[in-house]
Design a binder for this molecule. Structure first.
Ligand code: CTP
Ligand code: CA
Length: 226
């Protein structure tokens, strides 16, 4: 038998992970979404549970199986994700926002299937609320981790989000790189810390990225406890 030693360094830690895309309904048969698979967030939830944390996973629609021992709250829209996150805000010490939340949604979702006409269609979209920015304003001594998936100016964009959203750490990845991004099992990430430190990681499995991230989370969490 193979025995794998898992440090229980997150015992007593209450962590919320958001994962996957959101879906913004246009009508009963159509929606706006993105390519997020949910794999990175599910890997973090699984690894955190194995390391002893109490894990709540707020997940948009994915094809993934909820890791054993993880409490999953399924959601569809950005609005539902917002509600679920703030319902559990007071109960957690750490929040990892791996979800790819829609930035815009149709102003009015039609109750009936829209019929095509001879005209082109203009779809009016309104902004969703930025969950992570709101969390950053309320965070007190919680550990707040964000993600930035970018196609250009990776470090500049990620650093700006780290600062604007009042995060402890942001995971930056360039989704145009081979072996990084949405629908693959590996990722190539950088960790940008609030103190300006930047760590470049090699290409590795999303399971290993999760472990590397949780190493940093464990330290940040412990530092805020004392
Ligand atoms: N995020 C969020 N709520 C939103 C949009 C984003 O909580 N409505 C979170 C994501 O979960 C992620 C982080 O903010 O952890 C960065 O998301 P991203 O889409 O990269 O950044 P935006 O601020 O939306 O900027 P842009 O899409 O213009 O790059
Ligand atoms: Ca966005």
């Amino acid at each position: 038998a193979v025995s794998v030693f898992t440090p229980k360094d997150l015992l007593g830690c209450h962590i919320m992970v958001t994962a996957g895309p959101t879906r913004e309904q246009i009508d009963p048969v159509r929606y706006i979404s993105n390519y997020s698979s949910g794999r990175m967030g599910f890997a973090i939830a699984a690894a955190a549970q194995q390391r002893g944390a109490d894990v709540i996973l707020v997940a948009g629609p994915t094809n993934l199986t909820v890791p054993v021992g993880v409490r999953c709250i399924p959601v569809f829209s950005a609005k539902e994700m917002h509600t679920a996150v703030f319902e559990h805000f007071d109960d957690v010490d750490v929040i990892v926002k791996a979800a790819a939340v829609a930035d815009y949604k149709p102003v009015d979702s039609k109750p009936q299937k829209m019929k095509k006409s001879s005209e082109d269609l203009i779809l009016y979209l309104e902004k969703t609320s930025d969950i992570l920015t709101e969390l950053g304003r309320l965070k007190k001594n919680k550990v707040l981790i964000g993600f930035a998936a970018e196609t250009e100016r990776l470090l500049a964009h990620a650093a700006e989000k780290l600062q604007k959203k009042n995060l402890d750490l942001i995971v930056a990845n360039d989704i145009t790189m081979e072996g990084a991004g949405f629908d693959v099992d590996t990722n190539i990430v950088r960790f940008l810390h609030a103190d300006g430190k930047i760590e470049e990681l090699e290409k590795m499995s999303k399971a290993n990225v999760a472990q590397q991230l949780l190493n940093r989370v464990a330290l940040l969490w412990k530092a805020k406890q004392s």
